[in-house]
Design a protein around this ligand. Structure first.
Ligand code: HEM
Length: 444
């Protein structure tokens, strides 16, 4: 079935995704396999059918690159980072980055994640008994994880603190990320990147350049700590033998900070909200959290419930609600012509709640992952980290960090919702709550 709203004027199209709170997305988008939007400048298709998503992400990714104009607003910060590139440049970058996130290396980052989780539990001690906005806390801990794992620096280190503060300013100056912002605007249309966004991006890049240049010197002097930055900067492209220059690395560090801490922070905040509103699951999780008594990677195998809850959070509140690709050549999808240049929107937000795929699509049920339907959907209709060659390199990292921190917080605290403050999700750079997520913590 195809839902086709017909011709939608551009202003209405922009409004639909800019102002629409996610749960208010038209109900018809949660049922069809494909929907089409038309505007005077481009055509775009929302793809919800697992086979189509597989074609775009896994089978023929080269025919569906990221639009070169996607995230234009992010370019002053991200330069030529792996998030924005395509083709050979992108392939070369992934060949150097991916090994740092593989099994054994990832395991080596565990102590740094553990320390960040400990520090978060300690910070929260001073916040018990009062209403707190939890996204601010989860952003803090997620940034701490990134600094510690990437540069062996805790967030209270002077440079880390400055970068984190500047990132907050940068995000405040960013417009809401929405579908209208991620589709190509006609070339003649002027771009109004705010001056403070650019200034903020330049400042962040200066900080990152100083960290990266210092690390290059340490690598050359054989005194570099064994962390992600060293691993990535010392890795040679297996095909050409080249390594990242300091400038290449600045681009990559910028995306690791941005993609790494925003997404995890969003997921953790929603996870805490979901445990607050599902006390029976909270109790089950807290019961297993006793296992966190020493920093040992083996504890992860005992945090199964925490993983299932985190996975369920990523289903209901995928931090990246939509991804956009562009058809490099004409296609025929479900008997419809998809012209060259059309925008293809893959929406975890819609796919994860698709009424024809999921049992109880809107319900919070971490037990679903053990059911036949849950496992089938996990294989075919669950893409919080995207899929295929362009899958998030931080997926394994995030699936350790998230359940670990969630369990560590519940080890010490009972979490409760605040009456009359139900968070309303909106699509910023990641899925956030319109007025924050307000919770109350009590010591266990
Ligand atoms: C819960 C946490 C996370 C979620 C849900 C998430 C989700 C995603 C998604 C959906 C994409 C694909 C975007 C697209 O193709 O348009 C992506 C890409 C990316 N993510 Fe993550 N991410 C998370 C954590 C991380 C972490 C911790 C890191 C690094 C430390 C990271 C680094 C990246 C990078 C570098 C890319 C670009 C990959 C490419 O285009 O080849 N992410 N992420």
């Amino acid at each position: 079935m195809l839902s086709r709203p017909g011709k939608v004027p551009l202003w209405r199209y922009a409004q639909l995704f800019r102002n629409d709170i996610l749960p208010a997305q038209p109900a018809r988008l949660y049922r069809p396999w494909m929907a089409e939007f038309r505007t005077p400048f481009f055509r775009s298709f929302l793809l919800n059918q697992p086979e189509l998503i597989k074609t775009v992400l896994k089978e023929r990714p080269d025919d569906f690159p990221k639009s070169s104009r996607i995230g234009e607003g992010l370019r002053p910060l991200l330069g030529h980072s792996v998030f924005l590139t395509n083709g050979e440049t992108w392939k070369r970058q992934r060949r150097i980055i991916d090994p740092a996130f593989e099994g054994g290396r990832l395991r080596a980052t565990f102590p740094a994640m553990w320390d960040a989780a400990e520090a978060a539990a300690e910070r929260l001690q001073h916040r018990t008994g009062q209403e707190i906005e939890i996204e601010a806390e989860t952003r803090h801990v997620a940034a701490d994880v990134i600094f510690r794992t990437l540069f062996s620096l805790p967030i209270d280190h002077e440079v880390a603190r400055e970068v984190f503060a500047e990132f907050r300013r940068y995000q405040r100056s960013q417009p809401i990320l929405n579908l209208a912002a991620s589709v190509p605007l006609p070339r003649w249309m002027p771009r109004f990147w705010q001056r403070d966004t650019k200034a903020s991006a330049a400042k962040i890049r200066r900080f990152i350049t100083s960290l990266t240049a210092a690390r290059r010197a340490e690598i050359d002097a054989n005194t570099a700590p064994d962390d992600l930055a060293t691993n990535i900067m010392a890795t040679q492209d297996p095909e050409t033998g080249a390594v990242f220059s300091t400038q290449d690395m600045v681009d990559q560090v910028a995306i690791f900070f941005l993609a790494g801490h925003q997404t995890s922070a969003s997921a953790l905040a929603w996870a805490l909200y979901l445990v607050a509103t599902h006390p029976e699951w909270q109790d089950r999780l807290a019961e297993k959290a006793w296992t966190l008594c020493e920093c040992d990677f083996a504890v992860m195998s005992r945090l199964k419930i925490s993983r299932d809850m985190f996975r369920e959070t990523l289903r209901l509140y995928p931090p990246v609600p939509m991804m956009v690709r562009q058809a490099a050549c004409p296609q025929k999808f479900r008997d419809r012509n998809v012209p060259k240049g059309a925008q293809l929107v893959l929406g975890p937000w819609h796919l994860h709640r698709h009424t024809r795929l999921w049992e109880n699509p809107d319900g919070f049920d971490p037990a679903r992952w053990q059911t036949e339907n849950g496992q089938k959907c996990q294989r075919e209709a669950y893409i919080p980290f995207s899929a295929g060659a362009r899958v998030c390199p931080g997926a394994g990292f995030a699936m350790i960090e998230g359940p670990l921190i969630l369990s560590r917080i519940l080890h010490d605290y009972r979490i409760m919702p605040v009456e009359h403050k139900t968070p309303v999700p909106v699509a910023h750079l990641t899925v956030r709550a319109r007025n924050g997520i307000h919770l109350r913590l009590e010591r266990r």
